[in-house]
Design a protein around this ligand. Structure first.
Ligand SMILES: Nc1ncnc2c1ncn2[C@@H]1O[C@H](COP(=O)(O)OP(=O)(O)OP(=O)(O)O)[C@@H](O)[C@H]1O
Ligand SMILES: [Mg+2]
Length: 268
């Protein structure tokens, strides 16, 4: 694995005075309200908040799929002006090409970037192994379960070796066991690669379990109302999942995140 992954550029993500509104039927719909946020390289940031508060909007602005109404988003000091292969996006629904095999789907970004054949094949092989799909490399996406399709999408994004991985509720539609497995796999990948991750989730437990830092957004227009470090260790090491969930800090943080979400939903 390590061979296929270059050392990530140490690229902080800086968001300053970021506001965004949509115009719907001539009326302005404010979605984000003056967000200031710096994400340090190698952080695993989870983002929770009520439905419609602007999480996906923030992710799309970071990805460069659209431009903010106000404020700036920059990576390594450079304003984000459009999508970049340095920023990989994992959507809630797996976006795979049904006529391509699993292997070809994973290889696609590398082909488009004209990575030479030997390196392409090797990186694809390593990433299929990483997500446990080696035996399914020649299957078509419709021959996979939902969780396997999602893993295929994750392999495709990671094979492209982005420095920053933006994930929008990637495990939202999965059964509980698959979700737990993928959470563990994702943490492994993060540990092995040192990538910067922004992970949106509706699950308070998932936010605290995965994040090295947890953010909560207020209802629309979204502002950051909680920003907490969530490094959960036991004797200097990240605790095993069962232990981790029993740590006082985990319980305390889970409650704080839940309260921040609930507080935002009640009238002031
Ligand atoms: N393309 C768009 N055109 C108009 N309004 C939009 C558009 N995209 C989002 N919005 C509005 O912006 C607000 C924030 O939407 P967004 O998708 O960012 O929320 P979210 O926090 O991701 O919600 P969820 O948790 O349900 O996915 C919502 O009120 C939504 O209606
Ligand atoms: Mg969303």
């Amino acid at each position: 694995m390590a061979d296929a992954v270059r050392t990530p550029h140490r690229q902080p993500v800086e968001i300053a005075g970021l506001s965004h509104h949509f115009v719907v039927g001539g009326a302005e719909v404010p979605a984000l309200d003056r967000i200031d946020l710096t994400i340090e390289p190698g952080e695993f940031v989870t983002l929770a908040g009520p439905s419609g508060c602007g999480k996906t909007t923030l992710l799309r602005l970071l990805a460069g799929f659209m431009r903010p109404s106000e404020g700036t988003v920059s990576v390594a000091g450079e304003p984000v002006r459009g999508p970049s292969e340095e920023r990989g996006v994992v959507f809630q629904q797996a976006t795979l090409f049904p006529w391509l095999s699993v292997r070809r789907n994973v290889e696609l970004g590398l082909r488009l970037r004209k990575v030479d054949k030997a390196e392409r094949e090797e990186r694809t092989r390593q990433h299929l192994e990483l997500v446990g799909l080696t035996d399914f490399a020649d299957h078509r996406p419709y021959e996979l379960s939902g969780g396997m399709q999602q893993r295929c999408q994750i392999a495709r994004v990671l094979a492209n070796d982005p420095d920053i991985v933006l994930m929008d509720e990637p495990f939202g539609a999965l059964d509980a066991l698959t979700r737990e497995r993928l959470q563990e796999e994702l943490l492994e990948i993060w540990r092995a690669t040192g990538k910067t991750v922004l992970f949106i989730t509706h699950s308070v437990d998932e936010a605290v379990f995965l994040g090295s830092r947890v953010l909560v957004m207020s209802p629309r227009p979204g502002r950051i109302v909680l920003d907490e470090s969530a490094v959960l260790t036991e004797n200097g090491e990240r605790a095993a999942p069962d232990h981790l969930r029993a740590l006082p800090r985990f319980v305390e943080l889970r409650e704080a995140v839940r309260e921040a979400i609930v507080a935002g939903q009640q009238p002031a």
